[in-house]
Design a protein around this ligand. Sequence first.
Ligand code: GLV
Length: 325
Amino acid sequence: MAQQQAKILVTEPIPNNVLNFLQQHAQLYIGKKGEYQKESNLLAVIENYDALLCMLSTPVTKKVLEKGKNLKIVANFAVGYNNIDVETARSKNIKVANTPDVLTEACGDFAMGLLMAVTRQFNSAEKYLRDGKFTGWEPLGFLGMELRGKTLGIIGMGRIGQAFAQRARAFGMNITYFNRNRIPEFEEKALDANYVSSVRELASTSDVLSLNCPLTNDTYHLIDESIFEIMPPHSILINISRGPVVHEEALAKALHTSKIAGAGIDVFEEEPNVHPLLLTAPNCVLLPHIASATFETREAIGMLAAHAIVSVLEGKNDENIPNLI
Ligand code: GLV
């Protein structure tokens, strides 16, 4: 009797090469944009599937995992996996995979670009031009903070934090960082990075404070009103990690009251919603969670997730699947 093909739910359309690869190994079902951001939609179908390739916006909760009686693996199309209840998955022997490394460079580039967009006011200057207000070169128009010699403070000196630091070094910035564990000396030396032992010290001494840590119980609302109180008034916050690391309303108020000078924000507390006060805040660049959005990287992310799924479905040993959590 022919063996039944495994079934994979891919929650949103992803690059075709990844879908073609998966199709060679299993029956694929592809959700519509946003369809499985709702837990109820996932609950309604999850028991039909052997594997789930999901987005960072897919709530892979205890309920979902308990309902997913046939699930063998959940592979996140992202490096961050705070949307997945990993503990429950483990207890049910469901493997979980993420996509480290492949998006590091895209995110490092993006953080640098976002910082430039904030300091040099790309968005408001472009709007000014499009609105027909550019009537001649202005010696005092759109002045911003120069990066050379300024201090970039990084919270979370993992792969992406280090990629940003490398780029910032090339712009002449000094690097300080806070991390759960101090990074090895040779890595500090390569980046000329100074370790500080508290978030408060980093926040009060940085010209630019960048969040590159995962969202965990320890980092939830790590940046709140008390931190905005001690950040220098000329300083800038960059967040490409996860929205809830920042108390979004406190950030909006800090911008409205000039407690800090600007912000570059790619992630939000309740995506896709953005706090209304933040939408009207001055000097901030707000983007729809696109740090890893290059053709190359999104395909690499998909392939890494897909390979983990196929390996698990084929019964490979965990040691041969490098991106299992
Ligand atoms: C994007 O935010 C990711 O975690 O990959």
